[in-house]
Design a protein around this ligand. Sequence first.
Ligand code: PMP
Length: 404
Amino acid sequence: MLSDNIRRQFPVFAEPVNKNLAFLDNAASTQKPAAVLEAIDRCYRTSYANVHRGIYRLSEAATTAYENARVITARFLQARQLEEIIFTRNATEALNLVAQTYSQRLKPGDEVLLSQLEHHANLVPWQQMGKRYGFTVRFLPLTPDGRLDLDKLDEYLTTKTKVVALSAMSNVLGTVTELKVIIPRARALGALVVVDAAQMASHRPLDVQTLDCDFLAFSGHKVFGPSGVGVLYGKRARLEDLPPFQYGGSMINEVQWDDSTWADIPAKFEAGTPAIAEVIGLGAALEFVMSLGWQDYMTYEDELTRYALPKLLAVTGLHLLGPSTPQNRGPVFAFTIAGVHPHDLSSVLDDLNIAVRSGHHCAQPLHRLYNISATTRASATIYNSKEDFDRLIEGIEKAKRLFS
Ligand code: PMP
C-alpha cells in the first residue's frame, strides 16, 4: 500500500514515542521525509555559507544548492522562468507581498474579490489594504454544500473588480475551488489573479501556465518541507511592475545616501539573508513529492476521502462542514459533535494517540457563517491510512460516551 512505503520514509513515525501515531493534522503542517532532513543536514555539515556574496568555494556551493531549489520549484509549478520564483518566509508573507504592493494602485470604487472560505492569510491583508486605500473587499458566497457559488459569479465579478484572490483549496472545508472556471472570467475583465495554494500544493499538481494566474503562494511546511520558507510565483511582467516589499541588503542595485535603485527579480523581493538551508530543504521536499507521481498520489488521497467521508457522515451527532460528496474535495474534514466541545474531543483523541486540530483554523468569518466558533479538523495526506480514520471514529464514539 502506498502509505506503508511512504510512512517508512518519515523518521518521526519510527520514534518509539510516536509508535501508532495517527497524525491527522496535515492541513496545519506535514511531517518531513528523510530526504528533506538529509538535505538540510548536508547543507549545514558540508556547504553552508551565505549565498550570492562570497567568492569562495563554500559560498558558491551554498549558492548553487539554493538556486537549484529555485529550479526545482519552477518545475513543481510549471513556471516558465526561474526569475518568477520568489522565496518568502511562508504563504502569509507571499500573500502580504502582493496585497501590500499591488493595493497601492487601487482606489475607492475598485473591488477585490475573495471568497467566503478564505484563510485569514488571504483575507486580512486585503481587508486592511482596503481600509488604507479605500477599495471594497467582496466575498463570493458559498453554496450550502460548501462550494463556491458560481451562479453568483456575475454579480460579484464585474468591471469594478481589479483583483480576484482565491484559495485553491479550503483548509477547513476541503473544497477544491473551480479556478478553471473563475480565472478566465477574471482575465476577461482584466483583473489581477492571485491564488492561495497553501493547501493545494500538497494535494494536487499545480501548473501556473495552465491556470494562467498572475501570482500563486504556498508554504514549505505544508508540503513536507521545512517551516520558515514559502514561495511566491509571479508572472515576470507583474513582478517587474511591483514596487519592492521590503528594503535592505540583497534587493538593491545601487544605494546613494539619499536614494536607491532596485535589483532585478527575483533578488528585488528577497531582501536580507534568506532561509538558506530551509530553501534547500524545500527543494528536496518538492522533489520527493514529484518522485511519487501525482497520479498515484491523487488516487490514494481520493481513496482515503471516499473511505472517510461516508463513515464520518454516518456518525450520529456529527455535523460536517464542507462538501458531502468526494468530487473536487480533499481529505480535510472539519466537524462538530453534538454535546462535545472540540477541545475536549481533541484531548480524548490525543490520549488515543490521534493528532487532530481544534479551533477556528484561521477562518473565523467562515466559522461564523455556520454559527459556530470552533470545529475539530482531521486532515490526511499520503502517509495516512484508512485505519487512521477507523481509529478517529472510534475515538469520537468514546468522547461521545464520556461527555453524554
Ligand atoms: N492559506 C491557507 C489555505 C492555509 O491553509 C494556510 C495555513 N493554514 C495559509 C494560507 C497560511 O500559511 P502559513 O501559515 O504557512 O503562512
